[in-house]
Design a protein around this ligand. Structure first.
Ligand code: BG6
Length: 476
């Protein structure tokens, strides 16, 4: 075993998200949520982008999140598999609509609280620390229909009530919290990101940035409440990360890349530094955006910045002053020029481990707060061979190189709390709704049309990751 380049106590684990794994979409009193309205197939994108209003379910569509991988009923088996790999952290989310089925009630749904309490107790039984996201692409549909979701200021009250309920109910069980998953995705996929649907004649930029302001205030208030409930709580923001590279060294391309990075980092600038960045005023002017703020908002943002900065990293991105639309891809629904210097996954997501080191150095230079990589992985098709095994060397290769880049960043002086790979157990893809885009170390027998036994089996990467964890990253 070679020497570990990771500090003692470094957290190792994997992530799932309620909306992509639990299923049981109407059980235990759960209300309908945005993700429940996303079909698999050609209608998915217009709904995700907020361009098509889908407020009722249609009999002629397949909705993959309704049953997902049935984590709701199988979590004991799944957590046992995570424990077998030696996880010390497991990231998941709470479905808001299990705790407040409509979202604007004043009393929570006890069955929802009981479910998550059992889940977190199960983690603790094995010494696994839960890292919990309050909103992972998931807003109760009632709030979308009645209030227009995050465009309405009242969402701040509903969200902070929900957050307080969670902090109090799971006090002592959960210490690490994230407020919004990939908060910047609100700009790129407004319905799945924040429940936004646009009306004809509206300026979508105005709606998105007003909604962003509400989320930022809600996130700061949730951070305040988390600290009040238990000073030991640690709250993070969460960025869909990956630096933009200039496509060439033409100054206009360099400027375009800087502007694209700012578009995403805007959110983290506010959450980590406690104030709107200087560039925001000009950007808003150019987009015709005028944000309505309440007195006291600036103080809330300033006083309750996050404890740490978490992020996902799948791919780096490229920008040019002149974006050639025929040469783009969209990892995490963020449009990017294809980078001719790197390989790409079957879904066109660039594979760039050095980009992770670059991104982490930039983020620490900018924020000076501990970083936590809470999603990283490769979506790929898996084949079961004649011996019934899945030899996913491509996934092992991807993870190995990214973990190694993360170790390089640590040696660069970046403090990192842990490494959490995405989709430790195969689950429904957020962007496509497919099951065949698999990230897992554990295979789930289910196809894109919802057929299969849901049985779990260990891939080759399962045994590899176990060895990585036991050696604290020394044996890659
Ligand atoms: C992130 C999300 O964007 O990337 C996850 O937080 C998502 O929810 C993951 O599943 C991978 O994306 P996809 O579209 O391949 O599932």
């Amino acid at each position: 075993m070679s020497d570990s380049r990771f500090p003692a106590g470094f957290l190792w684990g994997g992530a799932l998200a309620a909306n992509q794994c639990e299923g049981a979409y109407r059980e235990g009193g759960k209300g309908l949520a945005t993700v429940d309205m996303l079909p698999h197939g050609p209608h998915r994108m217009p709904v995700k982008l907020g361009l098509e209003k889908r407020y009722t379910l249609r009999g002629d569509e397949f909705y993959p999140s309704h049953d997902a991988i049935d984590f709701y009923h199988r979590y004991r088996e799944d957590i046992a598999l995570m424990a077998e790999m030696g996880f010390t952290v497991f990231r998941t989310s709470i479905a808001w609509s299990r705790i407040y089925p409509k979202g604007d009630e004043t009393a929570p749904n006890q069955a929802g609280i009981d479910f998550y309490r059992d889940l977190f107790l199960e983690c603790r039984k094995y010494g696994i620390e839960p890292l919990v996201t309050l909103s992972h692409f998931d807003v109760p549909m009632h709030l979308v229909i009645e209030y227009g979701s995050w465009r309405d200021r009242r969402m701040v009250t509903f969200f902070t009530r929900y957050a307080r309920t969670c902090f109090e109910a799971f006090n002592g069980l959960v210490k690490y919290w994230l407020t919004f998953n990939e908060i910047n995705i609100l700009l790129h996929s407004p319905f799945s990101g924040a429940g936004l649907v646009f009306e004809a004649g509206e300026n979508p930029e105005q709606i998105k940035y007003q909604a962003a302001h509400h989320e930022l205030v809600a996130s700061a208030l949730a951070t305040k409440i988390a600290h009040e409930v238990n000073p030991g709580n640690q709250v993070g923001c969460m960025l869909a990360g990956g630096n933009f590279y200039p496509y060439t060294c033409k100054p206009e391309d360099v400027w375009a890349a800087l502007e694209k990075d700012r578009e995403n980092l805007f959110f983290i600038d506010v959450q980590a530094r406690g104030a709107y960045p200087a560039y925001a005023a000009r950007v808003f002017r150019e987009k015709g955006v005028s944000i309505v703020m309440e007195e006291g908002d600036a103080a809330i943002l300033r006083r309750h910045s996050v404890d740490f900065v978490s992020f996902s990293y799948y791919a780096s991105r490229c920008a040019a002053a002149d974006m050639d639309e025929h040469n783009t891809s969209a990892a995490n629904v963020v449009k990017s020029l294809k980078n001719p210097h790197i390989a790409a996954s079957e879904w066109g997501w660039g594979i760039d481990p050095l980009g992770l080191r670059i991104t982490m150095n930039m983020m620490y230079d900018r924020y000076q707060k501990p970083l936590f990589l809470v999603e990283n992985g490769l979506g790929a098709r898996d084949e079961i061979n004649e011996n019934g095994e899945i030899i996913d060397d491509y996934r092992i290769g991807y993870l190995r190189e990214h973990i190694s880049a993360l170790a390089d960043a640590i040696e660069d002086g970046v403090p990192v709390m842990g490494y959490i790979m995405w989709g430790c157990i195969d689950l429904v893809s957020a962007s496509t709704g497919e099951m065949s885009k698999r990230y897992g170390l554990v295979y789930v027998d289910r196809d894109d049309n919802g057929k299969g036994t849901l049985a779990r089996s260990r891939k080759k990467s399962f045994y590899w990751y176990k060895k990585v964890i036991v050696s604290n990253g020394g044996d890659l």
